[in-house]
Structure formats: C-alpha cells, structure tokens
Design a protein around this ligand. Structure first.
Ligand code: C2E
Ligand code: MG
Ligand code: MG
Length: 750
C-alpha cells in the first residue's frame, strides 16, 4: 500500500507532559515466541505520524482476550490464526467484534498455514481488515501494513469522536434549553462543558458582572471540579485564586473581555459571553484542564458556545418576561400575580400568623387624569416609601391594581390602633407640590383562611375594600360573611345564566292606566326568574348581581326579545299598547343590544311605536353627557324613553329642561309620602308642572290606594301604575285581564 495514498488531518493528539506524543498500541497475538520477537523487533523504533509504536504481546487467544478487555486505545491486532486450537485466532475475532463490541480495532490476520483459513471465506465471514501469509511479510512490508492500519484506525476514531461529539453537543444543548434560571443554567453548563472536553481533573468556574464593571467585580455564579465551592453566592471570583494564578489569569480575562471573544491557552481557557438585551451582563467561564485542549475540543466548545450564547439570552428574556408578569412596571415591586402566587405557596403554619392590609388611594383615577406621568411616578414612589416606613416589619408590599397596595405582614407586627388610624392620610410631596392622599384601609387576618387560594383571598380583599368604600368607612375588617356572600353571589350568577339559557327568565306585565278614567294605556315588562320548582325570584335580588357581573346585558337583550314578542301577541289579540322594559345604561353601549334595536328598526319599524325603555334617573345622571345622545338616538328612532324612579337621583332637576326623555316616572317613595303632611306632595306637584311645561308624560308608580289616586288626580298627574290597579302578571293572565276590563269594569283590582 502506498505511504501517502490518503491524506489525513493533522494529528491533534496532545503531547504528554514530557512533550512526547503517546505511542500507538499494537497487539501481537502469537504462540510462536520466536516469530513474535521478530515482529517486535521489526516495529521497534518505527514511528507513524511522529508517534512511536508500543508493542503488546499475548501468547494465546485467551491471554489476548484478557488483555483486550483491559487495554484502551489499541489500534491494530496482528493475529495468528492457529494457536491453542486450529481456529483460536478466528474465535478471538468474534470476541473482539461481538463481545467487546470494538469495530474500530484493525485486525490483520497472519497465518503460516494458508490452508487453515481460506482467504475469501475468512474475510467475508469474519470482520477482518487484512490477511497475510507470514512467509510473504517482510519487515518492511510489516511496517507498511501496520502504518496504514494505524492511519485508518486513527481516521475512523476521529470520525467516531466527531459523531460522539455531535451527540454530546446536541444532548448538552438540549439540557441547556430546558432551564430558565441562571444558577441552574450555569450549573448544567459547567457539567456539559466538562463532558464535552472529557474532563477528569481540572475545574470550571462561571462568573458574571455588569458590562462596564472591572475584573474585581466578577462574581461567581457557579463552579465545578477543583474550583467547586460550597457557598459562592456572589463571591468575587478572582479572589478565589491564589496570587500567582490571579497574575496568570488577569491578562487572559482582560483579553477575552476586550476582544469579546473566547481565548484558549495551554492551561486555562476563557469563554466570553454577553447578553443581547442592552448587554446588561457579561459571563466569563474559566476552564482549567490538565493538558492543553485539542483543536477538536476547542472546535466543540466553539460550536457549543453558540448555544450557550443563545441560552444566556433566553434566560435574560425569560427573566424579563417573568418581571413583566410578576412585577409592577412603574415601581418594580411585586404585582397582583406575584402576591397570588406567593400566598398560594405560603405554608399554612405561616399563613396562620399572617395578616393582609390593603390600602386603596381614593380618587386615584382623577389623579391619573389630572397630572403628567412623571409626577404620577413620583407620587407612587413616595407613597410606596411611606408604606415601607409605616410597615417596617412587612414581608411584602405589592401593588395589586392602579390605586391599591397590599402589605403582607406577621400578625405580631400589625401597627397599633392609633397607628392604623393614621393610615388613612398620607402627605405626599412631589416636585414641591404637596398632596393629601386619602386612603381606604381593609384588614384581613389569614388565621382562619389558611385553605383559601391566593386568588380568592385577593378577591375577598377587593370586596372588603369595596365594602369600606360603599359604607364610607376608613378602616374595614374582613368579615367571614363576605366569603359566604361572594359564594352566594357567584351561585346566583351561574343560576341566572342557566335560567336565561333555559328560557326560565320570563316577563310579567303590569298595566299603566290613565287616572281620569282608569283606561289601560300601556304596560311595564318586569323580569322574573322562574326556578325549576315553579317559584319566582324577584329582580330586586338578581338584577344587582347581574349588574355587577356584566350579565345584565345578556339579561336585558333577552327581555327585549320577549317584549317584542309580547307586543306582537297583544297586537294580534287586538290590544295595541306600548310596553316599557327596563334597561341599564351599559345596555346602550352594548353592541348586541343596539344591533337588535337596529334590526327591529330596519325589519319591523311598525313595532317601534309600541316600544318604550325605562332607565333610572340615577343611571341617566351618572354619566349624563355620554348617555344623553344615546337616549336621543332612541327617541329619534321612534322609541319612547321613560326616566324611572324620578326624583330620587341627584342633580336631575338642573337637567330636566333638556332631558332626552318622553316620560317621567315619579318614584314610589313620593307616592307613599302623599298621605303624610308635608310629605311627597311638593315633589309630585313640581314634577307634574315640569312635565307639562317641558312636554313629558308624567306617571306615578307604586299606587296602592284610592286616596293616592285622588291626590294624584288633584295634582294633575295624568297616569299611574301600581297594585291598586293591577299587579304584574304573565301574558295569558294579562290577556284575560285586558279582555275583562274592556268589557266595562272599573279598571282596578282589589
Ligand atoms: P322598577 O322598574 O321601578 O319597577 C317597579 C317595581 O315596583 C317592580 O318591582 C314592581 O313589581 C313594583 N311595584 C309596582 N307597583 C307596586 C305597588 O303598588 N306596590 C309595591 N310595593 N311595589 C310595586 P320588581 O318587578 O320587583 O322590579 C324591581 C326593579 O327591578 C325594577 O324597578 C327595575 O328597576 C328592576 N328590573 C325589573 N325587571 C328588569 C329588567 O328586565 N331589566 C333591568 N335592567 N331591570 C329590571
Ligand atoms: Mg321600571
Ligand atoms: Mg321604578
């Protein structure tokens, strides 16, 4: 075989510590001691690729098998066929390939009796690389055979190593991609680097610093091997090394940092990484190896570094995401999600001794609207600082909504009552402007709430605060009743939703009459929730819950459908009269609701004249500027608008001259008060006059007796509604009632 038939990559095997390259190991298995000696002699001092040959010998196949099991890195076996048995050599081949599983080892078969091992058969059946007749093998030829087989073995080995390296790389990269926390990442990283370079001794250390920091600021994140430290927790890295090593390392580190590149030297390799996000951090990994790293290992590390670099960036990204998810962006303190998670993880024993204090800044929305954002940031920072001062022993302060902060503290650290009283007022000075922040405070000891989820706890805290706002209390204690009322409300909501979907939300109709002659002039549709047992639940119970949950729009849309259907049935039965139904102001912004009205407008415009909405005075006035054009739009379509419970709201009189309405419905409380001296009369009188003056039809609601009818008539009120005339009834009963009264009865039930 030609010496240079193949060109192999330069051998990268590192020299031994004495500078000499390690020898190739060749095993001669030969029972003829004289022949074996001649083989050893022929190869003695022979160099292949500048490395000597170390000749190992075995006098039998059995001895060879033992040696093969313990020796690493054997490259070639020169194997005699006939030894203790005729085919001992051939059986040894099976052992090598099948038992030891070594497919790289080159096997050169030598035989003195060609007839014992027929050439083709043997080569095919056994995995043999070459087959030589001892008689044909001169010393020179032997050397060529050995050299070419060593080269082939070496090439195979390099390929195999590369394949294994690739597997290691993939595996190592997989390991890294799974972690999102920097400490775990560095620990796995050091482990994987160790595996990649096949480190048995030596050490790896990973440190981090801000991007502009000096070498002394590099802090250890993780360490392994001879550098392994039990508790490094941010210890300065360089100080861990003795002085002479520091002197050695400093220029290497400086070079890596200046060039922003990895540097490999005899004993130490320095890997450099920085993170993309504003290059906030740089990471330095120092690898100390017992021998200089081979080019092969350097290549592996270079490729792996790409993954490491991505890994560092992923972690920065994950940290950023988790910061966004769990921290308040303005104050960089825990947010609601963080506190929820924290409460969930708090052991019951610790919860038992804990208390939550919620502080809600009053009129925060107004503040947001009236100041610039830097001022608001300053205000919030100040407020947070004051909370830290007032709750010195707090465990956490979280901002759970724009205006609300929650402090978690040990019950023993709860401020005194006098101190708590001072929590309602904060003097905040920002940009030389002094503001008084008024705060609602709610307090919730967790001792009896150890099994409740964090989410539920915060929800209960919200409702406690809401309660304190409603009742204008400055300090409210959580009451266990809140929990049951929350659960009750929740059940009510679910039940109502089912009732709507199962058609158990029905309408009752209450007549409206002309007081002068008792003529029925219209009807009001009132929602009833029919239970599965046939009983009814009053809207006074479910409407407020529906309003709180947003279910009200679905409910009112359903009522609109039922009302339209009732109008059609009444028309068919020969009773053309308007039906009013109750809406909330949010219906006017609800797309489904408004679409439905539009669709009636376009498809059945003849029905609009019979349709009337009732909206309470307080809802109308709450955001009058917004509601007014929406109501006007309905009037323009031909729908009537009645202002319900009129007189109970605030500031309505100042708007009464330009209300977008067709009817005013005087609230029942004024009708009730008619009997009393100096009672409801002046208000009823005023509303009736205003109605006449500004062309609103005026109707009195909740009339229960004849004297009220008389009084109302005397005041000039034209229409009325109430139990005196008729209670709300279902459609079939209504039809009977209407038929009955048109036959001439006086129009009221007793
Ligand atoms: P409202 O619109 O002011 O309805 C009048 C309420 O007074 C009705 O109670 C009616 O049954 C009751 N009433 C009528 N005449 C008399 C009387 O002479 N004496 C007494 N003591 N009560 C009388 P109801 O049906 O329980 O409705 C309560 C409130 O629930 C309604 O007040 C209305 O604001 C709301 N509501 C009812 N149905 C709906 C609906 O479909 N949608 C919305 N959003 N609210 C509704
Ligand atoms: Mg009403
Ligand atoms: Mg009313």
């Amino acid at each position: 075989m030609e010496e240079e038939l193949f060109l192999f990559a330069p051998d990268e095997t590192p020299p031994k510590s004495d500078g000499q390259l390690p020898p190739w190991k060749v095993l001669s298995v030969e029972d003829d001691a004289t022949y074996q000696a001649s083989l050893s002699h022929a190869l003695n001092g022979y160099m292949v690729k500048s490395r000597p040959i170390e000749m190992l010998t075995a006098p039998s196949a059995t001895a060879a098998a033992e040696l093969l099991a313990t020796e690493d890195d054997l490259s070639v076996v020169l194997l005699d066929v006939v030894m203790e048995d005729d085919d001992a050599g051939l059986r040894l081949i099976d052992t090598i390939r099948q038992v030891l599983g070594d497919n790289a080892l080159r096997i050169v078969l030598l035989t003195g009796q060609p007839g014992m091992a027929p050439f083709n058969d043997v080569m095919k059946r056994y995995d043999i690389d070459e087959y030589w007749n001892k008689a044909d093998l001169s010393s020179e030829k032997l050397r060529t055979v050995v050299a070419s087989n060593i080269r082939t073995w070496n090439a195979y080995n390099e390929l195999d190593k590369a394949r294994r390296g690739l597997n290691l790389l993939v595996e190592a990269s997989k390991q890294l991609s799974r972690v999102t926390n920097i400490e775990d990442f560095c620990r796995i990283l050091l482990n994987e680097i160790g595996q990649l370079i096949g480190m048995t001794r030596g050490g790896i250390i990973c440190a981090r610093s801000g991007n502009d920091a000096s070498l002394d600021d590099l802090q250890i994140v993780s360490s392994a091997g001879v550098f392994a430290l039990d508790n490094h927790d941010g210890a300065p890295m360089l100080k861990q090394f003795p002085d002479e090593l520091q002197t050695l390392l400093k220029p290497l580190l400086t070079r890596a940092i200046t060039d922003k590149q990895h540097h490999f030297s005899d004993r130490f390799s320095v890997l450099y990484f920085d993170t993309d996000k504003n290059k906030a951090h740089r990471y330095i990994i120092i690898v100390e190896s017992e021998a200089p790293l081979s080019q092969y290992h350097i290549n592996l590390l270079q490729v792996f570094s790409e993954n490491v670099h991505n890994g560092f960036n992923n972690i920065v990204l994950c940290n950023r995401l988790s910061e966004l998810a769990y921290f308040d962006p303005q104050l960089h303190i825990p947010n609601r999600a963080w506190l929820t998670r924290h409460l969930d993880n708090l052991p019951a024993s610790e919860r038992y001794h804990s208390v939550l204090v919620a502080l809600n800044i009053k009129e925060f929305e107004e503040l947001v609207l009236s100041v610039a954002s830097p001022f608001l940031d300053g205000f919030l920072q100040q407020f947070h600082r004051k909370l830290q001062q007032r709750f010195r022993s707090q465990r956490v302060i979280a901002r759970v909504s724009g205006s609300c902060f929650i402090v978690l503290l040990d019950s023993a650290d709860l401020p005194s009552t006098s101190m708590m009283a001072r929590l309602n007022h904060f003097k905040i000075v920002t940009d030389n402007i002094q503001l008084h922040a008024e705060v609602n405070v709610a307090l919730m000891p967790l001792c009896e709430l150890t099994a409740i989820s964090g989410r539920e706890l915060l929800h209960m805290m919200d409702s406690t605060l809401l309660q304190s706002q409603r009742e204008h209390q400055l300090l409210t204690h959580y009451h266990p009743q809140y929990l049951s009322s929350i659960l009750e409300r929740h059940q009510l909501m679910q039940g109502l939703n089912n009732a709507i979907e199962q058609g158990r939300l029905v309408l009752m109709f209450q007549p409206k009459v002309r007081l002068s002659d008792g003529q029925v002039v219209g009807l009001e549709a009132l929602a009833r929730w029919r239970e599965t047992d046939g009983s009814y639940i009053s809207p006074a119970k479910f409407v407020p819950v529906a309003e709180m949950s947003g279910l009200i729009n679905k409910l009112d849309l359903h009522v609109l459908h039922l009302t339209v259907s009732a109008i059609k049935q009444l028309l068919k039965a020969g009773f053309p009269m308007p039906i009013s139904f109750n809406v909330t102001s949010s219906d006017l912004d609800d797309l489904f609701f408004m679409d439905e009205l539009d669709s009636i407008c376009s498809k059945e415009p003849q029905l609009l004249q019979w349709l009337e909405i009732e909206i309470t005075e307080s809802q109308t006035m709450q955001d009058y500027q917004h509601v007014k054009p929406l109501l006007q739009n309905l009037i323009n379509k031909g729908i009537k608008v009645s202002i319900d419970d009129f007189g109970t709201g605030y500031s309505s009189l100042q708007h009464v001259t330009k209300l977008s309405a067709t009817h005013l419905k005087i609230d029942k409380s004024f009708i009730d008060a008619l009997a009393e001296e100096w009672g409801g009369e002046p208000i009823v009188d005023l509303v009736v006059r205003l109605g006449k003056r500004f062309h609103y039809a005026v109707i009195a609601e909740g009339i229960e007796n004849a004297s009220q009818v008389q009084a109302l008539k005397a005041l000039g009120c034209e229409f009325g509604q109430g139990y005196w005339f008729a209670k709300p009834m279902e459609l079939p009963a209504l039809l009977t009632y209407l038929t009955h009264i048109t036959k001439g009865t006086d129009g009221h039930q007793k």
